[in-house]
Design a protein around this ligand. Structure first.
Ligand code: UT7
Length: 332
């Protein structure tokens, strides 16, 4: 029997037009371009400003970009996995709405929430469905409207995050390309350091929670930074060891774009030259579930069939992990 592997066969993306630069942030909070650039690597981020438009708006655009570029019939999609931390609404699945809007009329859909690791965990989900032989086309979308949960008077968080969306299609592969191995982790110790206190079942929203600004993201940046640096480097090293990969075997590091210093530390531990490290944090900031597919979209031209990609992410929860994937196509 031929082994089925799960390969990424198409990529799509969308970012909103509105650009929030470091220079404009300087006029909003007590910060400056030099601090943001040296501490994070971010120069600007995109924000979805139009009233009434949520995460689904960007997710639909990214999925439609993929569908038109890959020229696929959306009715053939079996499953839509919507990786997001900023669902359109607390109840009513965003993925289900997105699937209907893109014409994936024969698909079922659901949301997957694992903070900044949502897309990475989604890759694991999507690949498992394909490898089992159960489904043939799984659309994985990562999208977040972080601007909807960020306090633009809090300089500790508002300089970091941005909005965006990306999508990939997973399909069966019979040449051994696609997902090779994964090492996914989580630890509830992280809950106190990166969270939104109000709006959930512990502290439902009220006038007080809004007045206390508890509906916004809180982050103890220094602590998260410490865990992220060791977490992302550890799992990436582990996946290299487990698959007998040396630094020369790896073509690309596709790392969550939270902070350039975290990406550099991971690349260093892996012994990778910076030419192998995909980076676009300067343009989008941290788009949470969208960072990994936005990298694939921006660098799709450079990825070659058979290339070894190491994905790595770290996020709230804590959630983190690494995935080893062989790229399956050359862009036409
Ligand atoms: O994606 C999910 C996971 N999230 C992450 O991976 C984020 C991890 N954390 C980080 O990326 C970094 O911790 C931050 C970028 C959030 C902060 O950088 P840092 O180097 O850890 O700064 P810090 O919080 O230790 O603050 C250093 C100094 C402080 O001043 P003092 O106490 O040294 O006088 C802050 O008050 O920088 C000050 N500061 C700022 N200054 C200008 C904090 N934020 C700002 C700011 N502009 N925006």
């Amino acid at each position: 029997m031929t082994t089925i592997t799960a390969a990424i066969t198409a990529v799509g993306a969308y970012v909103p037009e509105f650009v929030l630069s470091n220079q404009v942030l300087e006029t909003m909070v007590d910060t400056n371009d030099e601090w943001i650039t040296t501490r994070t690597g971010i120069k600007e981020r995109r924000l979805l400003k139009e009233k009434g438009k949520g995460t689904s708006f960007m997710a639909i655009k990214a999925a439609q970009d993929l569908i038109s570029k890959a020229n696929i019939n959306p009715a053939e999609i079996d499953l839509v996995i919507m990786a997001t931390t900023t669902a359109d609404m607390p109840v009513a699945s965003t993925g289900v709405y997105v699937a209907s809007q893109i014409g994936a009329v024969n698909a079922f859909a659901y949301d997957l929430q694992a903070a900044c690791s949502s897309f990475l965990y989604g890759m694991s989900n999507a690949a498992a469905y394909i490898q089992s032989g159960r489904y043939k086309k799984v659309l994985l979308i990562g999208a977040d409207k972080m601007s909807s949960i960020i306090d633009y008077t809090d300089r500790a968080t508002c300089i970091i995050f941005g909005d965006g969306a990306g999508a990939v299609l997973f399909e069966p592969n019979y040449e051994g390309l696609g997902l090779q191995d994964e090492y996914l982790r989580s630890d509830g110790i992280g809950r106190e350091y990166l969270k939104i206190d109000a709006g959930g079942s512990i502290l439902p929203p009220s006038i007080e929670t809004v007045q206390n600004r508890q509906h916004y993201v809180f982050q103890d940046g220094k602590t998260v930074f410490k865990y992220a640096v060791s977490g992302m480097a550890d799992v990436s090293e582990k996946i290299m060891e487990r698959n007998n990969l040396t630094k020369d075997d790896i073509n690309w590091l596709v790392a969550h774009q939270a902070n350039k210093r975290i990406i550099d530390a991971t690349a260093n531990r892996m012994g990778l030259d910076e030419s192998k490290v995909l980076v676009n944090i300067h343009r989008y900031g941290n788009t949470t579930s969208a960072t990994l597919p936005l990298l694939l979209s921006d660098f799709e031209n450079q990825l070659k069939k058979g290339d070894n990609l190491i994905f790595a992410a770290f996020g709230g929860g804590f959630t983190w992990g690494s995935i080893y994937l062989k790229w399956a196509y050359n862009k036409q």
